[in-house]
Design a protein around this ligand. Sequence first.
Ligand code: HEC
Ligand code: HEC
Ligand code: HEC
Ligand code: HEC
Ligand code: HEC
Length: 490
Amino acid sequence: MKCRFISVALSLGIVFAFVSSISLAATPLVDKEQYPYEPSLLQWEKSAAEFTDPETCGGCHPQQYEEWRGSMHSIAFQDPIYQGELRLAIEAVGHDVAKQCEGCHSAAAVVAGEVKGAGLKDLSPLALAGVSCDVCHSIKGHTHWQTPTHQPENGSMILSPGKEVDGEAVLTKYGPNPAEDGCGDGFHECVESPLHKKTELCASCHQVTHYEKHTPLEMTYTEWKSSTYAARGINCQDCHMVELEVFKRSADTFQKPESGEYHHYFNGANFLMYSLTEMAAKKSGDEELATSSRQKYEMAVGRLQAAAELDISPVYRDGKLAEVKVRVNNRRAGHSLPTSLTNIRQMWLEVTATDASGNVILSSGKVDSKGMLPENTRRFNSDGMGDSMHFAIDPWEIVSFSKHDTIPPKGYRVVHYGLSSDDDGPITLSVKLRYRQANQKVAEKLLSHLPDDMHLDVIYGIKEIPAVPIIDMVDKTVDIDPKAKFSLAK
Ligand code: HEC
Ligand code: HEC
Ligand code: HEC
Ligand code: HEC
Ligand code: HEC
């Protein structure tokens, strides 16, 4: 009896598995005719017109070139953390996945057929230039509503560097302003593109989904889209293509920058990469790049330090201190704080309380000697999971999240710490909101998987992987009375 039941269940199971595999095979998520570079959803309007390397654009647009050079976009392909992860991706799931990655990290290389895998060898200057001028200024449109998620994802934009007129290549560049006579000096035609003033220009790359299953992994666009910034017309450009002071104004007052206030910094949070770029520039004797990388480093730290605020309030019960409440406010990030690689980036609270006699009575979130955070640290991150519900950090493995605990735009999180003291004197409470690009183990794993033609020592002059640097976004110290000054209790 029992046996028969199992065998019926088993055969039903097999039928079900069979049917579901047919239905999966019958409905591929992505139309390969429409998306020839799948798993990247990039499209290219092919013509005799080729992509141009940034040095050539820089010849006539020196200011944009100097601002872009050394930016995260300019190093999107040569970034050692990216190269290490790209190598691991290809080892894990095969070479095809590289098209997905490169579709965003070096889009022009994908359409030019230069997807060689990890490493810098035998690539054109254009491929090495990552998110270069001609990637953005050839964006003619997008296919955001036709993707599997019906949102921007995995590079869902249309690149068109030019057209053919009587068999001759004519370059067309899409920009924010109406084209004036002689625009482009005979080198290119100009096309006014309203898209270039909108978030949707950035969205195709700033919304990453799983290469096969399309689970959203990095969701900067959708976080922004459901924020008050989107409702008030404050776009990515209004915070990331302007100076620090202008960014703060955009975030605080929702006032749009003037057209002359835009710059090509694309500055975000990655202070670590700017400091590596500075080291590489110094090593190769490029003083100009070293100086601009230092400025970009300071700008990124400035953005991080302007992003959040802390409110600290003691809670008394029966006239005695019982706990402290720490409220972390996302004041100026136009998306969740942190955003995008939320399962790798680390933002956390470090809390230390000392009583009047100097004894530490509370300690949480202190990095240990191996560069790791203690279990009980309050982090504001996400935890990714693989197929069998195991913890995963790599984008080809993650298919769901067990936790999303980032702070929404203009939102906050409250954290409670139990705290009391028998001592009568004041308690000194130090609270820091800290940030780093990755924990020590992840950084070491990626940097020790660099492709064979990249050496930390040769490029950066680094002999061994140092401790991942940490920035204090907010650092606040307050004195707290262990006894309530007055009590509402009868
Ligand atoms: C990530 C995309 C991106 C990249 C890369 C990029 N641009 Fe732009 N560019 C923009 C956007 C967006 C604007 C419009 C800003 C605004 O709203 O006015 C712009 C504006 C411009 C303008 C109009 C004047 C101005 O500065 O606002 C020129 C010229 C220009 N870019 C040239 C370049 C050159 C040259 C490079 C490479 C050195 C480059 N861009 C790289 C996105 C990009
Ligand atoms: C849809 C576009 C897109 C795709 C596809 C994509 N990335 Fe990225 N990647 C980004 C963006 C945008 C960032 C920057 C996010 C940030 O700084 O918070 C990034 C950041 C990274 C970083 C962090 C770099 C650093 O310096 O901290 C790594 C590593 C990385 N990507 C690896 C990969 C790999 C490997 C793949 C393919 C399996 C891939 N990416 C696919 C857009 C993409
Ligand atoms: C021979 C000189 C020359 C070269 C090379 C050149 N441009 Fe231009 N470009 C101009 C001039 C002149 C204008 C009009 C004035 C201005 O906006 O700077 C212009 C305008 C633009 C605009 C329109 C800006 C707006 O206000 O909307 C964009 C975008 C642009 N160029 C991008 C590029 C890119 C990308 C490259 C490289 C692929 C490039 N240019 C190469 C001369 C050049
Ligand atoms: C062709 C794809 C692409 C487009 C279009 C694009 N980005 Fe990016 N962006 C990237 C990639 C890839 C990185 C990450 C590079 C890395 O970490 O190595 C990045 C990094 C950044 C960073 C730095 C993040 C950090 O951690 O500091 C900012 C800020 C940024 N982009 C803003 C923008 C804005 C604003 C726009 C639109 C005007 C835009 N991006 C358009 C691909 C793109
Ligand atoms: C109101 C201002 C504002 C707007 C609008 C905004 N950002 Fe940001 N962004 C910030 C601040 C502040 C930070 C630094 C704190 C952080 O990491 O979130 C940041 C960080 C980032 C980072 C780096 C995140 C990390 O921790 O690695 C990326 C990538 C980024 N922004 C992309 C975008 C894109 C794409 C858009 C548009 C969809 C956008 N931002 C809109 C203010 C803004």
